[in-house]
Design a binder for this molecule. Structure first.
Ligand SMILES: Cc1cc2nc3c(=O)[nH]c(=O)nc-3n(C[C@H](O)[C@H](O)[C@H](O)COP(=O)(O)OP(=O)(O)OC[C@H]3O[C@@H](n4cnc5c(N)ncnc54)[C@H](O)[C@@H]3O)c2cc1C
Length: 428
């Protein structure tokens, strides 16, 4: 990892409204623990908290700050499911249906339980709407609704036709919505910081500004940084799109793609009410999505325009604002106060990559932009695995993945090409 990756938080709305500025020590000298976790995003913190709750000694080592990566700068949409559910259902058949269905929602349970148990102040709210951008996409939403009906889904969900969608969102841009109130939205950085604080309270050692340079494998692997190391029975790698560790095993499995978000100034109460009556998170059903929600102080947080090629736009605002104004021309005079980007971990077959790089070094990466809830359950699944309960881990680890040949930039260009196909499909 380069020195330039030891950074403070990005200039996001979340960093500006964070409940705390963490200042955990840098790793220096030798530390010993049952489990060492690399990366303090949702995956790493969730694994650490699960293990600490079970009585294990844990050390977390983070290159930058807790929640610095995607976990502290995402759209905050708490959406059920995980990348690759369909492929796993197909591969394993009816025998695992219930397990996969439970995994699909488990992240939500973990988030809600922890918010309540550790009194985490993170603006958690119920409600997430998937919206159709074309009349033909309404059929997709109808199918979601029918699936839930068939399953006897015991939580609130609704299908909104075009008129109702226009009324609820103050725009005629959308052709309908499927709304699930078991999903929701959250201030992700405050959630991550609160979970890390809870873990610290249970004795987890956290080190910040300490990029791991490499792992020395062995009966008790060593996780090495510039000024120290952690020795542990097991290691969990949770660096997702930002990690370059273990290239022999993990290079060219996950490709970083940028997604961009802008935050407006707080909207007048009537305008906020007009554009989102029920204060739900919103995401379209395209392959390459736009997503938005209102913050607790009623700013519009609008994100999207994923960039797979590695070339960053000169101005995020001028890239994203026109997209927002297409949906909401009434925001034309509203000031943009924050803009930022973050890296999504894309996997070619859009399925989480989970496994081991050695007997006792475990990893999970590649949420493909769908990880706020999923990273919570995957943290738990990694914690299970290092303590010997392998059932759920093995389901993921049994999947095959494609590694592109050559350097990473070439892989990124291949992903960009693939996504161009999906973008064109979205447009048609
Ligand atoms: C802009 C954006 C919007 C998104 N919106 C949504 C959304 O609305 N809903 C949703 O479900 N998902 C969303 N996602 C995806 C979601 O945020 C991620 O899937 C999830 O946060 C991944 O968590 P993680 O802990 O695995 O990785 P991260 O949060 O990226 O954490 C990885 C951490 O590992 C650290 N690290 C890496 N390498 C090393 C090393 N060598 N040594 C030490 N530390 C290291 C990094 O510094 C980083 O802090 C979005 C992502 C982005 C970027």
């Amino acid at each position: 990892m380069n020195a330039d990756q030891q950074q403070e938080h990005t200039g996001s709305y979340y960093a500006a409204t964070a409940n705390e500025r963490t200042n955990y020590p840098r790793l220096a000298g030798a530390v010993s623990a049952d489990v060492c976790v690399v990366g303090a995003g949702f995956t790493g913190v969730s694994a650490a908290l699960t293990l600490a709750e079970r009585g294990y000694s844990v050390a977390v080592v983070e290159a930058n700050r807790v929640g610095w990566g995607a976990s502290g700068r995402n759209g905050g949409q708490v959406i059920n499911g995980f990348a690759g559910h369909d492929k796993m259902a197909k591969k394993y058949g009816a025998g695992v249906e219930e397990t996969l269905e439970a995994i699909r929602w488990r992240g939500h349970e973990l988030i809600r339980d922890r918010v309540s148990k550790y009194s985490i102040d993170c603006d958690l709210k119920d409600g997430f709407a998937e919206v159709a951008l074309k009349a033909r996409q309404f059929r997709i939403l109808e199918e979601y609704f029918e699936e839930r009906e068939k399953a006897g889904f015991p939580h609130r969900y609704e299908l909104w036709d075009r008129d109702k969608t226009c009324e609820m969102f103050g725009t005629d841009f959308y052709h309908g919505a499927f709304v699930c109130y078991r999903d929701g939205h959250v201030h992700p950085l405050n959630l991550c910081l609160g979970e890390a604080r809870a873990a610290r309270g249970l004795g987890v050692q956290i080190f910040e500004q300490s990029p791991v340079t490499h792992i020395e494998h062995g009966a008790r692997p060593r996780v090495v940084t510039a000024n120290g190391y952690i020795e542990a029975d097991s290691v969990i790698l949770a660096g997702n799109a930002y990690s370059k560790l273990e290239p022999k095993h993990l290079k060219n499995l996950v490709f970083p793609a940028s997604s961009y978000i802008i935050a407006t100034e707080p909207l007048p109460v009537e305008l906020a009410q007009e554009i989102n009556r029920d204060d739900v998170a919103v995401c379209d059903v395209n392959e390459v999505v736009d997503y938005w929600r209102l913050s607790a102080d009623k700013r519009m947080l609008y994100g999207g325009a994923c960039n797979y090629s590695g070339q960053e736009p000169r101005s995020i605002e001028s890239y994203i604002r026109p997209r927002m104004l297409e949906v909401y021309p009434q925001l034309a005079d509203v000031k943009i106060e924050f803009e930022w980007s973050g890296k999504i971990g894309i996997v070619l077959n859009r399925t989480l990559t989970v496994g081991r790089t050695g007997k006792n070094v475990y990893y999970c990466q590649g949420y493909s932009g769908h990880g706020v809830s999923a990273s919570h359950v995957m943290g738990e699944i990694l914690a299970d695995a290092v303590t010997g309960t392998m059932e759920r881990f093995d389901l993921f680890a049994g999947l095959k993945h494609i590694r592109t040949p050559g350097p990473r930039w070439l892989g990124n260009q291949l992903v960009a090409l693939g996504m161009l196909f999906y973008r064109l499909k979205d447009k048609l």
